[in-house]
Design a protein around this ligand. Sequence first.
Ligand SMILES: Cc1cc2nc3c(=O)[nH]c(=O)nc-3n(C[C@H](O)[C@H](O)[C@H](O)COP(=O)(O)OP(=O)(O)OC[C@H]3O[C@@H](n4cnc5c(N)ncnc54)[C@H](O)[C@@H]3O)c2cc1C
Length: 448
Amino acid sequence: MRRPDVVVVGAGSAGCVAARRCAEMGLKTLLLDKKPRSEVGQKVCGDEISKSHFEATGIEFPKDQEISSPIAGADVYPPSMSNELKVRGWTEFDGWTVNRLSFGQRLLNEAIDAGVAFRAENRVGSPILRKDRVVGIEYKDKGEEKKTYAKLVIDASGFAGTIRNKLDHPLVEKTIDKEDVALCYREIVKLKMPMAEPEVARVLLGGRVAPGGYAWIFPKGMQEVNAGVGIAGGSGKGSPKSHFLKFKKEYPLLIRSKVIDAAGGAVPVRRPLKSLVADGVAFVGDAAAQVNPIHGGGIGAGMRAGIILGEVAKRAIARKKLSAKGLWHYNISYQTNFGKRLASLEIFRRLLQAVSDEDMDFGFEKRILEAGDLMAANRGDGLSLGTVDKLRRFRRGVSRLSLLRDLQKASGLMKKISKTYDAYPSNPSALEKWNDSVLAIIESAEFG
Ligand SMILES: Cc1cc2nc3c(=O)[nH]c(=O)nc-3n(C[C@H](O)[C@H](O)[C@H](O)COP(=O)(O)OP(=O)(O)OC[C@H]3O[C@@H](n4cnc5c(N)ncnc54)[C@H](O)[C@@H]3O)c2cc1C
């Protein structure tokens, strides 16, 4: 393809979906990945994805060998490992663990079938700029230096943000703060014994197991799991691998399990970038910080964005308006919907990270938060405690007023940030003022 309309950098879940949508909209689309074709889709991940993302995007459910296990519910454990919260019957949570490679290969094949030109083993180096506008990319095609010009460049390169991190543009957040990153390590292991509940995910909270994060055990069949630890980035928290190995020695289910695969990774756990576009460029997936800040799930969040972006790209190219302003509808569409949900969950993440293990144990014992609250928060409905509810919880939690106060404060801030996202600016010139108000809310989200 000599002169594509769109070039997409990175064939992860977000890049494949965005590229496919662009092609379906009739755009000449080139998709590049540094990996060999047979490895596209392979990714260090917890492998869990909820059905809701497929229902929202119209992307076909995983099937056959793409599915490792169906997931129907979770047990969430506090540090004491007792009084766990059993999340059952919430359909928006249920889904699958997937075989990442098969699933990723399917997304790639769907993009190619839609007309996307795909080039494997093409490592993108940097954007080509004309003044402030991105007009193409420089890359190495199996070692050979090349350039491609396009009307729109989409950075879908994942956590690396290969294009984003080279742009000096007032709309672009080049870097992500360390504190807003989860550092993870996970193993896929074969268990000694089959599981009693092979469709239930387990999540373990607390500073001892995973400072500022959590440990997970996601079933991948009767006798296989994806187990890992994610901890808050920033100094002094140790390595996720050492936390995981300690956890593995202590957690009965994992003892004497056989390692099938082991690796580490990182994921952004904050609100999406303040702007998902700049002149001639758009960001999607981890490159756009489109990840759920409390559990680090980003496959669905990026696929949702990819669909919107393809449609916006079509309109912008038809009107020959590839400036940030011309692409702005992607911001409005995503930020006022799913983006707002992610932003409100950043507040919740900050609350969870500030609660001591003792308070967390107390909260679970007294059921200060219930499964419905977690689901409502995840859905983007905040922590909406009614008056009767408040009284009931107040009675149960009266000996830890500070915890109740923090919960109340988080609930208020989640509402406030949601409203701010509802009022996402209609054009780039108002972005800085809007972002200042977001930052003021984030900065006030101090607890404990
Ligand atoms: C340990 C861990 C556990 C997780 N668990 C879950 C989970 O259970 N559920 C969930 O939903 N999410 C989970 N996530 C997050 C999820 O994996 C990501 O949010 C999601 O994969 C992001 O998709 P993406 O397409 O944006 O990026 P990626 O999947 O990272 O894809 C980026 C692609 O870009 C390519 N690329 C990068 N740089 C270049 C370059 N310079 N040139 C060309 N190509 C390039 C890469 O090869 C890759 O194919 C987890 C993350 C981690 C680290």
